[in-house]
Design a protein around this ligand. Sequence first.
Ligand SMILES: C=CC1=C(C)c2cc3[nH]c(cc4nc(cc5[nH]c(cc1n2)c(C)c5CCC(=O)O)C(CCC(=O)O)=C4C)c(C)c3C=C
Ligand SMILES: [Fe+2]
Ligand SMILES: [Fe+2]
Length: 342
Amino acid sequence: MTDHALLLVNLGSPASTDVADVRGYLDQFLMDPYVVDLPWPLRRLLVSLILIKRPAQSAHAYASIWWPEGSPLIVISRQLQDTMCAHWPHGPVELAMRYGEPSIEAALLGLAAQGVQRVTLAPLYPQFAESTTTTAIAEARRVIAAHGLGLEVRVLAPFYDQPEYLDALAASARPYLAQDFDHLLLSFHGLPERHIRKLVKPLDPQHDLRAADSRGVRAEVLARCYRSQCLRTAEAFAERVGLRPEQWSVSFQSRLGSDKWIEPYTETRLDELAQQGVKKLLVMCPAFVADCIETLEEIGMRGSEQFEAAGGEQLQLVPCLNNQEQWAAALAQLAERADGRL
Ligand SMILES: C=CC1=C(C)c2cc3[nH]c(cc4nc(cc5[nH]c(cc1n2)c(C)c5CCC(=O)O)C(CCC(=O)O)=C4C)c(C)c3C=C
Ligand SMILES: [Fe+2]
Ligand SMILES: [Fe+2]
């Protein structure tokens, strides 16, 4: 059977580092109601305000990490797509981005035109958020309905606690953990607290968005709480690699706007750790399966500078899973048993 495709989906990047391209990309991204969850007029106003200064700042940041072949996120995702072909015997392996190119629409239309009957949709986000997982699924659903595509789709659920993902993460980190280091910071992408509260409050009005660990979180709450899933990933990872509690901590990066985002903030932790005497800091970003502007520029460049200015000696960024063989094999196993509905 060669009519069962695997569709890898990640977030996306601007087409180039030109300010106009970055502005168009940010506009598409931030006008997504799953990302800025405000009614359209307020969303339009807020995003237009953000788009006054942000495109130039982001274009500068993208330019500092851009590769000759293009955006690291897209280039690495293409490499993973190639590697996955050897792990997916059921049909083509395609790549799509939620924003920008290659689009989910083009990918699904292309697969349908090739005679594909079934698609396993794999949003490449280990932890669940509406601003990542849900919007990717919603876009696939929209495309299929709009074009009347008769595709049978299965969805890979968030895999924050799945042994294959955690084992790949542990294997990728071990060479770095074998070196001399004082502390490991697991920096996850942040999220406005509101995004979590609206999903979790109806299930558990008392749910603690400042909790230090994920112990005791009920399964149905865990399934909706991005922050608890990040903590669960970190706890399971630390156990796998045998870290003592004082050797690691969790933080959340990339805050945008003036809303309250989940804490502790990575920026704050970088200063605190340096002030506590940490000299050699390792940073991993397990919410990202591919290196991107958020890891390479925000942590690897700006985070390093901040840590050193605060008295630290060296911040070493552990690369994301990227195109590592163990990760590709893990993803194939996860995709094989994907059974979520579109
Ligand atoms: C890993 C999961 C991600 C979550 C959750 C997420 C939420 C989220 N992001 C923004 C705003 C921005 N994110 C940007 C880049 C970006 N975000 C993710 C992943 C998650 N985002 C990735 C993989 C990337 C990298 C893209 C790349 O091209 O390398 C950006 C653009 C860059 C910048 O200007 O800083 C913005 C803006 C919000 C508002 C949000 C939740 C509400
Ligand atoms: Fe983001
Ligand atoms: Fe939680």
